[in-house]
Design a protein around this ligand. Structure first.
Ligand code: FES
Ligand code: FE2
Length: 419
């Protein structure tokens, strides 16, 4: 088995020549690597998205979530302070909070009724002194030594992040100035939750991390984008990368479309239909910012994304559920200041994305196609990622590039120590 303490795999992984332009298919299906990722990435020096601040607006509110496979619960205490801890009873390990969200003064485990305060400190043990003086806990039992395991928490732009590491730098530094700027653009005002849902994808979590950074596929796989000119590579746009390449922003300006001859190439033309929308008002939008950007997908390593397409603002968050299974959570947002008409338009535009979205329906299966297609591949088989060059660098003016995906793999290799 994996020796996670030393990070050694029984079957060592030597990264192929070509660095981040070659991805060994093994990383999508090897249970040992998957186990090592839980230790090194999710329990490592990254900030994991936990929930939105508006998920727990009031004292006593709690929300359950996940850091990698680890169940966590996020609470707001009576002083308004936010805490996060592993959702695991200090007695025998049962889940403490069984509901997705709720409001409580204390957290109680159903198994033997141990109770915790909203910080996860143990406050009560049923039958601690036994029954009629018999049984009970030993005299030296010290409740302060038994609590739910806490995480470090930071809130930033309405997002609650948690980490198990004492070394993770503050969130804005973790993001870097470019990414920080764009998160503030999209989430720097009070938001309200318009709706949420989740979907199960039958693929390794990293295939979705890649897919979000894959600006090349959007104009080809997502025929709706291309046909109705919501997001195409012949619009002005580009890729912004954080300094280390881990996080990215892909953006496009719809008003700056200059139809390119390449779109008439047979292979590309197949990605466009001669269709009309019965309700074209679905794409009605208003300029939200004065930078002319009408589409942006942004990732924060490892498992968070913020989208603003036309006026559809959403946070996506994905959770590994096994080596070949991932749960993707969608949270649709509006700004608190929105009037009813704006809210209606945002909800209408939410039809673009999500599990059954006109655009993103395909992403629900394309990653599974990779998972299935790479099964049984020889140990040295790899993906080939040289679109837009071989480096990890921002791309001004073109999104016909895989640079952001290479950036993800750079981060992955940095953390996993795969050389
Ligand atoms: S497992 Fe929670 S009280 Fe026993
Ligand atoms: Fe996609």
């Amino acid at each position: 088995m994996t020796n996670t303490a030393t990070g050694h795999l029984r079957e060592p992984l030597n990264w192929p020549e070509g660095g981040v332009t070659r991805i060994p298919y093994r990383v999508f299906s090897d249970p040992e690597i998957y186990a090592l990722e839980q230790e090194k990435i999710f329990k490592g020096a990254v900030w994991n998205f936990l929930c939105l601040e508006i998920d727990i607006p009031n004292p006593g509110d709690f929300k359950t979530s996940f850091v990698g496979e680890i169940p966590v619960v996020i609470t707001r205490d009576q002083n308004g302070e936010i805490h996060a801890m592993v959702n695991r009873c200090a007695h025998k390990g049962a889940l403490v909070c069984l509901q997705e969200r709720g409001n409580r003064n204390t957290l109680a485990c159903v198994y033997h009724a141990w109770t915790y305060d909203l910080e996860g400190k143990l406050k009560g043990v049923a039958f601690r002194d036994g029954i009629r003086g018999k049984g009970g806990m030993p005299k030296d039992f010290d409740p302060s030594k038994h609590r739910m395991e806490p995480l470090r928490v930071e809130t930033y732009c309405g997002l609650v992040f948690g980490t198990f590491s004492s070394e993770t730098e503050p969130v804005p530094e973790f993001l870097g100035p470019e990414i920080d700027h764009h998160v503030r653009r999209n989430l720097g005002r009070p938001v309200k939750l318009l709706g949420f849902h989740s979907q199960i994808m039958h693929n390794n979590w990293k295939l979705y991390a890649e897919n979000l950074r894959d600006s090349y596929h959007a104009t080809l796989l997502h025929t709706f984008y291309t046909t109705f000119k919501v997001n195409r590579l012949d619009m002005d746009g580009g890729i912004v990368l954080s300094k280390r390449g881990w996080h990215h922003i892909s953006y496009a300006k719809r008003s700056k479309l200059q139809e390119s001859a390449e779109y008439q190439d047979a292979a590309v033309h197949a990605a466009q239909y001669d269709s009309q929308l019965a309700a074209p008002e679905m794409l009605d939008s208003w300029p939200e910012f004065d930078d002319e950007i009408t589409h942006s997908i942004q990732t924060i390593f490892p498992t968070l994304s913020v989208q603003l397409t036309l006026n559809s603002l959403a946070v996506r968050f994905f959770v590994p559920r096994g080596v070949d299974k991932t749960e993707l959570f969608w949270m649709y947002l509006g700004y608190e200041e929105d009037d009813e008409a704006k809210t209606r338009m945002r909800i209408n535009q939410a039809n673009l994305t999500g599990a059954a979205g006109l655009v993103s329906l395909e992403d629900g299966c394309i990653n599974e196609f990779v998972q299935r297609g790479t099964r049984g591949s020889a140990p040295d088989t790899t993906a080939f990622l040289e679109m837009g060059g071989r480096d990890v660098a921002p791309s001004e003016g073109s999104r016909a590039t895989e640079t952001a995906i290479r950036g993800f793999w750079k981060g992955y290799r940095d953390i996993m120590g795969f050389e």
